[in-house]
Design a protein around this ligand. Structure first.
Ligand SMILES: Nc1ncnc2c1ncn2[C@@H]1O[C@H](COP(=O)(O)OP(=O)(O)OP(=O)(O)O)[C@@H](O)[C@H]1O
Length: 268
């Protein structure tokens, strides 16, 4: 079985602060992982290391068979699709782009189209739009889209490069319940139909759909638990991770949490 991600004793220190400490984590074939943790627990830092945008201070990292320090990181990055709300930083450039151009640009990992686009590229983008049921948005510019439509376009853009690893950093942020379920349905379709692994970061435990198999819990840059979701999503581990008394229950193969009365409305 091929290892998708391997981290051995990884630490990440910035400005004399330990942001990630002694991370030992392995993602194998056919595993779809969710990363959970409070604000500032180190989730984005972990994703940035996986995608080669930040280098660990200590430890060994290997992603999709590329061992850091012995590999060409730009080559690795081409195999990783990254959908993050931080793309909003580039909104200025995105705003006036059409949906189809944004999706095609995913092939070149650029914001804006600066490369020669082939007929095949256009066809692939059309197929993606059809499968995401956003073909009616063709010709529209990004600034005219709803939040949910924008999210679908960015996920489509990430898939354009046929990534082996798709990182989704809080893709449901700012979405209403209906639109969030649409995005989750899309992610389910991707997991089932595409040969790529998903790494999903969220603050909402009920977004862990049936197809997501494993969970990593982070607290203060350290792993609280990592493994099969049924073993990790326990009252004890969740309460420790979120520093609140929490109870988990499973409904329609999804975990839902409630907060214990004594922990409600507490102020730090
Ligand atoms: N390059 C850096 N230099 C200094 N501090 C950093 C750097 N990167 C991250 N941090 C700090 O490390 C901590 C973890 O940040 P990170 O963004 O990884 O957390 P997170 O779990 O993704 O948070 P959120 O859920 O709020 O997005 C934060 O306190 C952040 O300020």
């Amino acid at each position: 079985m091929e290892t998708v991600i391997s981290m051995k004793n990884v630490s990440f220190v910035r400005e004399n602060r330990v942001i990630l400490r002694d991370i030992n984590w392995k993602v194998s074939e056919k595993e779809q992982w969710v990363i959970l943790g409070l604000n500032g627990s180190g989730k984005t830092s972990l994703l940035n290391i996986v995608s080669g945008y930040q280098y660990p201070t200590r430890g060994e990292v290997s992603v999709l068979g590329h061992t850091f320090g012995k590999t060409n990181l730009p080559e690795l990055r081409k195999q990783i699709g990254f959908v993050s709300s931080s793309l909003d930083r580039f909104n200025q450039t995105l705003e006036s782009e059409t949906v189809e151009d944004i999706i095609v640009s995913g092939k070149f990992a650029t914001i804006g189209l600066y490369h020669t686009v082939t007929h095949e590229d256009r066809q692939q983008a059309e197929q993606l739009m059809a499968s995401f049921r956003i073909d009616h948005l063709k010709g529209k510019t990004y600034d005219t889209l709803s939040q949910g439509e924008k999210r679908k376009v960015l996920i489509g853009r990430a898939l354009m490069a046929k990534p082996k690893l798709l990182i989704l950093d809080e893709p449901s942020i700012g979405l209403d319940i209906l639109t969030r379920e649409e995005i989750l349905a899309l992610i389910k379709e991707i997991i089932v139909t595409q040969p790529c692994h998903v790494l999903y970061v969220t603050h909402y435990i009920e977004e862990i759909i049936e197809e997501m198999t494993h969970v990593l819990l982070l607290k203060d840059g350290q792993i609280v638990a990592a493994g099969k979701k049924e073993e990790v999503l326990t009252d004890e581990y969740l309460s420790e991770t979120f520093q609140l008394g929490m109870n988990v229950r499973w409904e329609h193969n999804r975990p839902w949490v409630s907060i214990e009365k004594k922990s409600m409305l507490q102020r730090s």
